[in-house]
Design a protein around this ligand. Structure first.
Ligand SMILES: Nc1ncnc2c1ncn2[C@@H]1O[C@H](COP(=O)(O)OP(=O)(O)OP(=O)(O)O)[C@@H](O)[C@H]1O
Length: 238
């Protein structure tokens, strides 16, 4: 049976009187892809932040490959070999694409390995034409592609992505999908996403959040046709 790479047990986060994450038990297997969906305020981001170390849960635990990482900071979680893409860009605008990817690779590999991986990533992401362009000058879709490159170049075994398709064109979403599929050859992937078209195109098992708790966890096709999910959380158009 595939190894469980990410698990939460009773994960709870309260902000004053608001229970943003409510006793969430979650399990993800090696090379599994899981989308987290739910309406605004359902608790997806809070769950994501507790898992990535941006927030310390009020109660409960986060385990990665069996290790209790509850309360670890994001850079400590990342040092385990976990790729994290938050909604806040983690790039250096004054440096060019090549330099950004090189720095990300160098955190994990020696000089020659980092050099090879940087070149390979630029090639795979078709970033060659903009390799010497400063990040600050790139279009949104190009930046998102670079940010995914920063995650992928470290060869993570677990990838956590918060709204990777936000604001992307259809062509950029296609590229993003291809990159995610490629990462999945060696990594489990969690994606928090609003874009239903993207979810339909990429998702397998989907976890639906509502009021901080898990409402349903099933294959995307069954989730999309579930009456409760459709009526209450996705709207009739979904
Ligand atoms: N820092 C905070 N302080 C107080 N309340 C918060 C904080 N962060 C989130 N909340 C509340 O927790 C609940 C869950 O919010 P969260 O952002 O996790 O939901 P979400 O599903 O990610 O929503 P969205 O899709 O809009 O991003 C909401 O009621 C929100 O107002």
């Amino acid at each position: 049976m595939a190894e469980t790479v990410l698990e939460t047990a009773g994960l709870t986060m309260r902000f004053g009187g608001v229970t943003a994450s409510d006793n969430v038990d979650f399990k993800l297997k090696a090379r599994e892809l899981r989308c987290l969906i739910g309406p605004n305020g359902a608790g997806k981001s809070t769950f994501f932040k507790c898992v990535t170390g941006l927030l310390t849960p009020t109660e409960g635990h986060v385990f990665m490959r069996g290790q209790d990482v509850t309360g670890w900071l994001p850079h400590q979680v990342a040092s385990l070999g976990v790729g994290i893409k938050t909604q806040t860009p983690n790039v250096m605008d004054a440096l060019d694409v090549h330099e950004n990817i090189w720095l990300a690779a160098r955190r994990f590999f020696d000089v020659s390995e980092a050099r090879a991986r940087t070149a390979d990533m630029i090639d795979r992401l078709a970033l060659g034409p903009i390799a010497r362009t400063e990040l600050g000058r790139l279009a949104h879709g190009e930046r998102q592609r670079v940010e995914l490159g920063l995650v992928a170049v470290a060869d993570p075994w677990l990838v956590l992505l918060d709204e990777p398709a936000a604001g992307l064109s259809a062509a950029d979403v296609d590229r993003m999908t291809a990159i995610i599929h490629e990462m999945r050859r060696s990594a489990a992937v969690v994606i928090v996403e609003h874009d239903m078209q993207f979810i339909r195109s990429i998702a397998e098992v989907v976890t639906v959040f509502h009021q901080g708790a898990v409402l349903m966890e099933d294959h995307v096709d069954r989730v999309m046709t579930d009456e409760t999910v459709r009526r209450v959380y996705l709207g009739k158009k979904a």
